[in-house]
Ligand binder design. Sequence first.
Ligand SMILES: [Zn+2]
Length: 110
Amino acid sequence: MLYLIHFDKPFRHAKHYLGYSQNHKTLERRIMHHKMGNGATLMRYVTKAGIGWHVVRTWANGTKNDERRLKKMGSTKYCPICNPDHWFMRGNLHGDMAYSGPSPYEYEYN
Ligand SMILES: [Zn+2]
């Protein structure tokens, strides 16, 4: 599955982090690691900079290939916070990327 993290404030050019995890259990573990400033380099810097962030959506069937595809297309248009009117339309581009996670803001990890 894929998950999208939105930063409360941009970090340099980054406003989002798109990550991959195997399932909900590993996702929760990864979020914990991000919160503690471990794991992905970008998340380490963001956490160190004191920037708040939220997991704003997930794609339960998202694969590593989808991750690359989404990163190339830019995460902003898939973000419910940055694109509140159209975000739910955007996950359907490839059929297998239909939105399948909880409603936005349901993940409140911090
Ligand atoms: Zn956003």
